[in-house]
Design a protein around this ligand. Structure first.
Ligand code: PEP
Length: 251
């Protein structure tokens, strides 16, 4: 039985004041005991969130990391060891906004994934197709290739200490959610790809869905056999909505 995970990606949102409000709101939520809950604030607010959520069962992650584990001369970047030192326990790797808007390629994504694990962080590897790729019937091929890059470079066993987030690019921040059946098809394909190398590992890896998840759509998505929770963007900025999504994963 896989333990569900619901993670909130706050993206480039928040001021110290609004983050404090969100922390307060989260502290009032009844979170389900059987679900791993995490939030990913901007790097600037990680310490505030770690301190503010102390004592609550909500982990804190970073939205990105350097390709390097160790500190060094790399202006503007944050080493994975620094994130670990800041008490982050997870990091998003290869979010589509970074892939498409910031030109992050597969090699960089793979190095970030490796650096994260080297520093004891849980990488959440984001994969997903664009609308054009879906319409061209390339969804499974694109997602498989994104997964293969990491699996081939680092070995499939690295997924024993990672989470995979299937996030169709066309569903992120658009209000369009993949149907439970569309998402399930891709999640099953991801698990099948891992199973071809290691059936035991494939049965244990958490594959979460992201793309305009709301409280209203969460239960149906999370009810699919290969969907182990969600990566939530916009809706995670509202503590009540996020709390409801977390509870949907626990029901
Ligand atoms: C995301 O940023 O990972 C995401 C899924 O965003 P949204 O929920 O807003 O679509």
């Amino acid at each position: 039985m896989r333990r569900p995970m619901v993670a909130g990606n706050w993206k480039m949102h928040g001021t110290r004041a609004s983050v404090a409000e969100l922390i307060n709101g989260l502290s009032e939520q009844v979170m389900p005991a059987g679900v791993d809950v995490a939030v990913f604030p901007s790097c600037l607010h990680i310490s505030q969130v770690v301190d503010g959520l102390a004592g609550l069962a909500i982990a804190v992650g970073a939205q990105d990391c350097a390709t390097e584990a160790q500190q060094g001369a790399l202006t503007g970047e944050v080493a994975t060891s620094q994130l670990h030192d800041a008490r982050c326990s997870l990091v998003l790797v290869g979010h589509s906004e970074r892939r498409s808007l910031l030109g992050e390629g597969d090699e960089v994504v793979t190095r970030k994934f490796a650096a994260a694990q080297f520093s004891g962080l849980l990488p959440v590897l984001c994969v997903g197709e664009t609308l054009a790729q879906r319409e061209a019937g390339q969804t499974l091929e694109v997602v498989a290739a994104q997964l293969s890059v990491v699996a081939d470079a680092l070995g499939v066993e690295v997924f024993a200490a990672a989470v995979i987030a299937y996030e169709p690019v066309w569903a992120i921040g658009t209000g369009l959610t993949a149907s439970p059946e569309q998402a399930q098809e891709v999640h099953a394909a991801i698990r099948g790809q891992l199973a071809a190398k290691s059936p035991e590992l494939a049965g244990k890896v958490r594959i979460i869905y992201g793309g305009s998840v709301k409280a209203a759509s969460a239960a149906e998505l999370f009810g699919m056999p290969d969907i182990d929770g969600g990566l939530v963007g916009g809706a995670s900025l509202n503590a009540d909505e996020f709390g409801a999504i977390c509870r949907a994963a626990g029901s």
